[in-house]
Design a protein around this ligand. Structure first.
Ligand code: GNR
Ligand code: NI
Length: 167
């Protein structure tokens, strides 16, 4: 297993739409294992392949308290959604920024698991938020892009200042 470096907003590679996986083979399983290790180490509750500069529609999520609930989504698609909820979100690609975003309360997602088998899952609450946040990454969207232009500009200058200090 290996820890993968995580791209930081506003890296333009975070804005690419990822390609579907054609077959869940050993290379995809290795990617999933490395992404899970990277997510747990960060620590985070989800990670999309886009964030580790891999152009594939692969997501890992674990919203459990004891970090024992790894979920793998290959080629995930939201097939139904309803309701609304507002949650304070963070992102490993936008460190130190936490802002409220309104998304669907319930989602039904269809995907392949780590063995390449299709499954469907109904989710609500934090898991539903995380699924929507990760699929957005695969579509090249970062959560701060839901905020007002004013807030986004403040975030950009804060991140630019921080990267000048750490560079
Ligand atoms: O670790 C994460 N926490 C989180 C909290 C609220 C809403 C979404 C998230 S996902 C984030 C990890 C991440 O950046 N995934 O892309
Ligand atoms: Ni994120």
């Amino acid at each position: 297993m290996a820890l993968l470096p995580i791209l930081r907003y506003p890296d333009p590679r975070l804005h690419a739409r990822a390609r579907p996986v054609e077959s869940v083979d050993d290379a995809i399983r290795k990617l999933v294992a490395d992404m899970a290790e990277t997510m747990y180490e960060a620590p985070g509750i989800g990670l999309a392949a886009t964030q580790v500069n891999v152009d594939k529609r692969v997501v890992v999520i674990d919203v459990s308290e004891d970090r024992s609930g790894l979920m793998v989504f290959v080629n995930p698609e939201i097939v139904e959604k309803s309701g609304e909820q507002t949650c304070e979100e963070g992102c490993l690609s936008v460190p130190g920024v936490y802002e409220k975003v309104t998304r669907a309360q319930f989602v039904r997602v269809r995907a392949l698991n780590g063995r390449g088998e299709p499954f469907e899952l109904e989710a609500e609450g934090l898991l539903a938020v995380c699924i929507q946040h990760e699929i957005d990454h695969l579509d090249g969207k970062v959560f701060v892009e839901y905020l007002s232009q004013l807030k986004l500009n403040r975030i950009k200058s804060k991140l630019a200042k921080k990267s000048r200090i750490t560079a």
